[in-house]
Design a protein around this ligand. Structure first.
Ligand code: ZN
Length: 228
């Protein structure tokens, strides 16, 4: 337990370093250009018993506007504490990692969002699928504010803790998918991926349906439970 080092590797093979907390299982800014390896010698001459970023952090500009998505660089994150590996986004304009900060982000995302393609085949993360259960909720449902009415792709998974109690709710054999590994794919919406990092997951929609519409049903697993 404690603080370990996370390494981010850029597409050109170069690396930078952050700290990773096993208490909250997240890495956190700032970013460092230098590190001391295990069994190396720290700047103060002490033996290094755990790899760590050293030196001054890189300059960071957290208040800078986001800027063009083309400027964002996908990186691969590894930690020294566990065999975790995941993909994240680094913003040179900010000198910071935008996220995801946790190796478990893909799990949380899949247990929260649907993945739905637009007419051009671009996939978006959606708060909910517009189904017969939810006819009153014809409002933008993707994170990037589109109204997508197509069928959800095989992506959403019931929360693992719920499946433990209700195995019958297990999604078909859908693996956890690291969407950030697909950054730059023309069929995946980058705005959805970035906005998900910059804004916390949204709560259940609170829009009131028209009086003539049936009330919205709880989504996903709640809905299925109530039908039993
Ligand atoms: Zn989108």
């Amino acid at each position: 337990m404690g603080t370990w080092m996370a390494t981010i590797q850029f597409p050109d093979g170069s690396r930078k370093y952050l700290r990773y907390s096993t208490n909250v299982e997240e890495m956190f800014n700032p970013v460092y250009s230098q590190s001391c390896p295990l069994n190396g010698t720290l700047p103060d001459g002490e033996h290094c018993y755990r790899a760590t970023p050293i030196g001054e952090p890189d300059p960071s500009y957290p208040d800078t506007p986001l800027g063009p998505l083309d400027d964002i660089i996908p990186v691969v994150v590894t930690t020294d504490s566990d065999p975790h590996e995941w993909h994240a986004l680094f913003s040179p304009r900010h000198g910071m990692v935008l996220g995801p900060r946790s190796p478990f982000h893909s799990r949380e995302t899949q247990e929260t969002y649907e993945l739905i393609a637009d007419d051009a085949g671009v996939r978006h993360l959606c708060e909910f699928a517009i189904t017969e259960d939810r006819p009153g909720l014809m409002r933008p449902n993707s994170i990037c504010e589109l109204l997508l009415t197509g069928p959800p792709l095989p992506y959403y998974k019931e929360p693992y803790w719920l499946v433990d109690f209700h195995p019958e709710l297990a999604s078909e054999d859908i693996p956890y998918i690291d969407l950030y590994a697909q950054w730059g794919s023309p069929d995946l919406c980058r705005t959805c991926l970035v906005d998900l990092l910059l804004n916390p997951p949204r709560p259940e929609p609170t829009t009131k349906p028209e009086p003539s519409s049936p009330p919205p049903q709880p989504r996903h697993w709640l809905s299925r439970l109530f039908k039993r």
